[in-house]
Write a protein that binds this ligand. Structure first.
Ligand code: HEC
Length: 371
């Protein structure tokens, strides 16, 4: 069959355009690119057809000028018209969008900051009340229950300092590399070993976060039972961090309240009596007055037993949390302060998982000298 050269080129172009369009589709190019590649093939046809076209009659004089101007006008219409069909980019519009996003973030940060300030203010007031009540209790019931130790307020007074507590906490978080297992703001934990913490502030109080850091067995994140059983979260921060660091870290985490984040709910390990033993009591001088600022040490006399210590408060009261497990039941514990020592047997029932394990030990030391 004989086809004219022009027909041959048109058929070839059609086949080529279909092949290119389908091929680029198979290779995963977006639709726009498929169309563009096919358009290039068609453009190629136009060039070849032009090359084969018979020469134009020579133009001269006014006709030449009109043709030239007409040609440029035509070309301009094609270019401008074509370009206006494509999606437009206006730097001002884009800047506006970015500004809007930033503004929302700034407003949110500001609101959170105000909320944090209010909360910290409330914590401060509550702490004062606790201190007053504890002081009154210590006076009324000298053989006080554990838990009545007045704690010094962790909340600094001025508002600018308050902000730094949260900032400090964020630094502590980085310093102790919590991000190795946890994510905040999408950053950290490449291996996804621990929970996302972005909403932890809505689920846990500062106090509970603090306890979780000091004793990972205190609670666990639901869905992470296996990791919890294996003890994935390190039980070393109580030895590494200062009280201030733990406090600022807990305060920082308590400000993380992003309800859209799926931070798992915490499950409190019931009473948690299996993990600890509390020693508490008073250190008094010969006249029976409580001695403040004395370091008291408690040593369980078992293999691998960890000694722990505490300090007496203004009324001479102290409290020590000992890590003792079920196997340690019946162990002798030595409690000492400034040369005075007493021993007792920690005879709790390992099968009893609800009664708090504790022992009251009062010591009498010579003189009122501060240690
Ligand atoms: C080696 C990994 C690892 C490191 C490091 C680690 N954690 Fe965890 N953490 C876990 C795992 C796993 C869980 C979930 C199981 C559990 O609760 O015991 C968890 C749970 C928690 C929870 C409870 C979350 C919830 O939704 O209830 C808090 C709070 C927490 N970690 C804080 C911290 C802080 C603060 C640090 C740094 C000082 C830290 N973690 C370091 C692994 C880790």
């Amino acid at each position: 069959m004989l086809w004219s050269p022009v027909t041959r080129k048109i058929i070839l172009t059609a086949v080529l355009a279909i092949v290119v369009w389908t091929g680029s589709g198979v290779l995963g190019f977006p639709r726009v690119f498929q169309d563009m590649f096919a358009a290039y093939v068609v453009f190629g046809l136009a060039v070849f057809l032009l090359l084969d076209a018979p020469p134009m009659a020579r133009l001269s004089g006014r006709a030449a000028v009109v043709a030239l101007v007409g040609f440029y006008l035509g070309l301009s219409v094609v270019y401008i018209g074509g370009a206006s069909i494509l999606p437009q980019y206006d730097p001002e519009v884009e800047k506006g969008k970015i500004e809007k996003i930033l503004k929302r973030k700034r407003d949110k940060a500001l609101a959170e900051r105000r909320e944090t300030d209010t909360l910290l203010g409330q914590v401060g007031t509550l702490q004062e009340q606790v201190n007053t009540i504890s002081a009154r209790l210590a006076r009324v019931a000298p053989a006080g229950e554990p838990g009545s130790t007045p704690v010094t307020s962790p909340v600094p007074e001025s508002s600018s300092e308050r902000l730094t507590v949260v900032e400090q906490g964020a630094e502590v978080y980085d310093l102790y590399e919590c991000y190795n297992c946890h994510t905040i703001g999408g950053k950290g934990s490449v291996k996804k070993r621990g929970p996302i913490l972005d909403n932890i502030g809505s689920l846990l109080t500062v106090g509970d976060i603090r306890k979780k850091i000091l004793d990972p067995t205190y609670l666990y994140a639901s869905g992470f039972e296996k990791e919890h059983k294996k003890g994935r979260m390190p039980d070393k921060y109580k030895d590494l961090m200062t009280d201030e660091e733990v406090m600022s870290l807990a305060t920082y985490l308590s400000t993380l309240k992003d309800p859209t984040a799926d931070t798992p709910r915490p499950v409190f390990v019931r009473a948690n009596v299996e993990h600890g033993f509390t020693v508490f009591g008073y250190v008094r001088d010969a006249s029976g007055t409580g001695v403040a600022d004395v370091t008291v040490q408690a040593v369980p006399k078992v293999k691998g037993g960890h000694a722990a210590s505490g300090r007496t408060n203004a009324s001479g009261y102290y409290e020590i949390f000992l890590h003792m497990h079920n196997e340690d039941a019946g162990a002798t514990v030595a409690v000492s302060a400034q040369g005075a020592t007493k021993e007792f047997v920690a005879d709790y029932d390992p099968s009893d998982k609800t009664t708090r394990r504790q022992q009251s030990v009062d010591l009498t030391v010579a003189g009122t000298a501060r240690s």
